[in-house]
Design a protein around this ligand. Structure first.
Ligand code: AMP
Length: 112
């Protein structure tokens, strides 16, 4: 399988504007933001990698919940109380990068 741009960000092969990181999840600003705050949350562990929500397995079905929980805690910590969470699924669903990622969009500005 070809490395996606998100694999390269994780491997530090290309830079990203990282706003949050823990053992399991990395979050960085979307390079082409569709809202004043537009962050992407991805799983870090190779064993958690899945290309699409449509391809979740018993081993990876916890990943969307993990990303949503992390985004919720991030929002609470940053005082963002209004936001949208989105998964694009498949080409017809607007998914360009085959690496499950949660879009976090808010009209509120992130205070770093
Ligand atoms: P999707 O259309 O759901 O696959 O979303 C992929 C997102 O990744 C788009 O919103 C892109 O703007 C974003 N993106 C692509 N390359 C990068 C990058 N190098 N750094 C940050 N975001 C990126």
């Amino acid at each position: 399988m070809a490395k996606t741009v998100f694999h390269k960000i994780l491997a530090k092969e290309i830079p990203a504007d990282i706003v949050y990181e823990d053992e399991n999840v990395l979050a960085f600003n979307d390079i082409n933001p569709k809202a004043p705050t537009h962050i992407l949350f991805i799983a870090k562990k190779e064993s958690d990698f899945v290309a699409s929500i449509a391809e979740l397995t018993d081993q990876t079905e916890h990943v969307p919940t993990m990303l949503i929980r992390t985004a919720r805690m991030f929002a609470q910590e940053k005082g963002i109380d209004g936001y949208q969470l989105k998964f694009h699924v498949g080409k017809d669903g607007g998914q360009e990068v085959p690496y499950v990622h949660l879009h976090f969009l808010s009209q509120q500005t992130l205070n770093t």
